[in-house]
Design a protein around this ligand. Structure first.
Ligand code: V0D
Length: 244
């Protein structure tokens, strides 16, 4: 059987190691966050070049609220900084912005800027840049369970009609259709854990880990991970053709 390259449609990245990167340089943690933010632009453009359809970036989890107040304030202002700086480039490259997460209790300036970015880029048809922002996967699954229960209670759905697709369709990734599950998940900075990110959606994703901190993770690094992914043997739980 010929080996076909795996198509990489949805790439997810946990952008870890920004604070440590700064500390190593005797700088405040927020210096790392800023450099990490600049790297979001570089990697977005690199992903676009590779023909990736959806790039999901894990920027802030629901647990990160426990950090020092000044750091949380700085983080909450990063979307404002990000769009100030990069919106023209995003528009020029036909990038569509999506924010996936619990947006209700964000500071107003943050809420306004992310809503504005989504509406300004809503007609773009290129790469989808999807920020997981104030996102938690277990919470997302709980919300799905609540929505589905409501449908059952209202008599709009029978219990035995609930399938894997029912769950998938009530997650925040549902809008990406055939691309809703990541093909590849990369975590930077050496930690090898998922940290409550896309638990349902990564059931069959390939996982990859980089030792580099996020600010140091380059287009070349990305290209190497993607090349490695393309030669992996994906089975989705089935027996491989060449093994059978
Ligand atoms: C900090 C590395 C862009 C991770 C990247 C508040 C650590 C830089 C955004 C962003 C963060 C989020 C939403 C949006 C537009 C941009 C961002 C956070 C942290 C969490 F609509 N970078 N970035 N958000 N860092």
């Amino acid at each position: 059987m010929g080996k076909e390259k795996n198509q990489l449609n949805h790439l997810a990245i946990i952008m870890d190691g920004n604070g440590r990167w700064a500390r190593k340089r005797h700088k405040p943690r927020v210096f790392g966050h800023k450099e990490g933010m600049n790297n979001v632009e570089r990697i977005t453009l690199a992903a676009d070049k590779l023909g990736i359809k959806v790039l999901t970036l894990y920027a802030f989890s629901t647990e990160n609220w426990a950090r020092p107040k000044e750091e949380v304030a700085y983080l909450m202002n990063l979307p404002v900084k990000f769009f100030d700086k990069f919106m023209p480039t995003l528009m020029k490259n036909n990038v569509k912005v999506n924010i996936m997460g619990y947006l209700d209790h964000l500071p107003k300036a943050t809420y306004d800027v992310v809503k504005k970015a989504m509406s300004e880029t809503a007609q773009n048809t290129g790469l989808v840049l999807n920020f997981a922002f104030n996102y938690g996967s277990r919470k997302e699954i709980v919300s799905a369970a609540q929505e589905i229960s409501k449908l059952v209670k209202e008599g709009k759905l029978e219990i035995d009609q609930i399938t894997e697709n029912t769950i998938s369709n009530h997650l925040m990734t549902a809008k990406f259709g055939e691309y809703q599950d990541p093909d590849l998940l990369i975590r930077t900075s050496g930690e090898q854990r998922i940290s409550n990110f896309l638990l349902w959606q990564i059931a069959y994703s390939e996982l990859a880990f980089s030792e580099k901190a996020w600010p140091d993770f380059t287009e070349d690094d990305l290209n190497q991970f993607v090349e490695n992914y393309q030669t992996r043997n994906r089975r989705f739980g089935k027996v491989n053709e060449s093994d059978s």
